[in-house]
Design a protein around this ligand. Sequence first.
Ligand SMILES: [Mg+2]
Length: 381
Amino acid sequence: MKQNRRNFIITSGLIGGAVLTPSLFNNAFGKNINIIGENKKMKFTFKPYTLQLKHVFTIATSSRSTTPVMLTQIEYDGIIGYGEASMPPYLGESHETASKFLSKVDLSQFNDPFKMDEILEYIDGIDEKNTAAKAAVDIALHDLVGKIIGQPWYKIWGYDKSKTPNTSFTIGIDTPEVVKQKVKEATAYNILKVKLGRETDKEMIETIRSVTDKPLVVDVNQGWTDKHFALDMIYWLNERGVKMVEQPMPKTQLDDNAWLTEKSPLPTFGDESVQRIPDVIKAHGIYSGINIKLMKCTGLREAHKMVDLAKSLNLQVMLGCMTETSCAISAISQLAPEAVWGDIDGNLLISNDPFDGIIIVDGKVTLNEAPGIGLTAVRSF
Ligand SMILES: [Mg+2]
């Protein structure tokens, strides 16, 4: 049985005639850190990688054409778990900070990868912040343990894969010509997400409405600072087929966000204001729902707890992402059956994805049977 699992994992790395064996990965990463158990070794490795974006990506506060990520793996008994930290610059992490953090990771004190709580509490305690670097370890550990069990995490958690939501496809702020082109490229998606929070908000919506009548969700990224203006905008958007508003006002304006949510005809979701478990409790009464992202919350272990906590507080759950490879996207997708909204398109925005994993079919997040986080192929990186 063990040999079968190992063969599956190695075979699953077959792409373009290249088989990625554990030894090849060790050479590529050049660093073997952790040894656990008397006879079995656990190797944790990490490597910087830069995602190339298909389009220059603009939100209310910045523009960029690349995203730095850190790709990680934990190898144990011939099985490899893959992980990733995505670090868009505005969140404060980088190749340098992640390298510094991950260099401190020492799993030699643990003798069993199934002790996930203990291992990940240790990771969380190594240093403050570094939530993406922590997620890179968490995701690799989940992938490893799921592969050892032989099941994907949505099944381990008991979720129904038929209940996954549509994912929205994000249209960044741009000129009307580019926006129209992006909308045309998004024909495979049933919901479009529009970045707002600038002077051109109404122009953006009208440009999109000139080429499609698909349902829209909008993300203001804290861009509206006056609650009356925000409410007027939401009524205007509601008349134009918008279904939800993400982070309409600055996260510091708690009372204004609560006022807006109470009066808004559309549900509001906290994103920048919701990082980790304590923020879920704070979001109660302020927003209609929360946007959970692995890079904010340190990974799947905490994200899973946040989903349960949000549901107990009658907060709707949306799942989000950064620009990421199919590694982190497939990981967050394991929680998709519990979400009302999916915004899990980060891998679709890049041109150099080293992984194949969860895919979108007819606009819907579609889980597969691959054990762990659902990766189906790995190319060299
Ligand atoms: Mg957002």
